[in-house]
Design a protein around this ligand. Structure first.
Ligand code: TYD
Length: 138
């Protein structure tokens, strides 16, 4: 089975002189049912977040404010995504190593997740990730 790819997805945008509005609906604009939402904020300059992969969880990451860079790796392909608009986001499928850095001051990283929080779903060791990924994705 070939690995699923990360994908930038543009969201609906309602332009308005009072301010713009973007929305997203579970399983419509986002390619999974949303079970959890969390966000990173007050991130100090130079910080690195992520540094793990998930066995069963998919995510959708939006720069709700400001900007940052998401580095992804599914063993076959490494890609970097600079997110700096609140009307699109990055879909990250299961078994993708991700690191997030280059956070601008005051940025907010909004994350939609396909599963409830489960510490056992994390792979936090890169060598272990490579071993599992190369076995399951030939
Ligand atoms: P962690 O996943 O390590 O953050 P990052 O995505 O930057 O690697 O999460 C940091 C801490 O927050 C860790 O102790 C687990 C906890 N946490 C929850 O309790 N619930 C959640 O939904 C998330 C994402 C993290």
């Amino acid at each position: 089975m070939s690995p699923q790819k990360c994908k930038l997805i543009e969201l609906p945008k309602i332009l308005d002189h009072r301010g713009n509005l973007t929305f997203m609906e579970s399983s419509r604009h986002i390619p999974f049912e949303i079970k959890r939402v969390y966000y990173l904020y007050d991130v100090p300059g130079g910080a690195l977040r992520g540094g793990h992969a998930h066995l069963n969880l998919s995510q959708f990451i939006i720069a709700a404010s400001g900007s940052f860079t998401v580095h992804t790796d599914n063993v076959h392909q490494k890609e970097d995504f600079y997110l700096n608009r609140s009307y699109y986001g990055l879909y990250i499928p299961t078994m993708t190593w991700r690191e997030i850095d280059n956070f601008s001051s005051g940025s907010v990283c909004l994350v939609l997740a396909s599963e409830f929080y489960d510490a056992d779903d994390y792979i936090r060791d890169y060598d272990e990730f490579k071993q599992i990924a190369s076995k399951s994705k030939k």
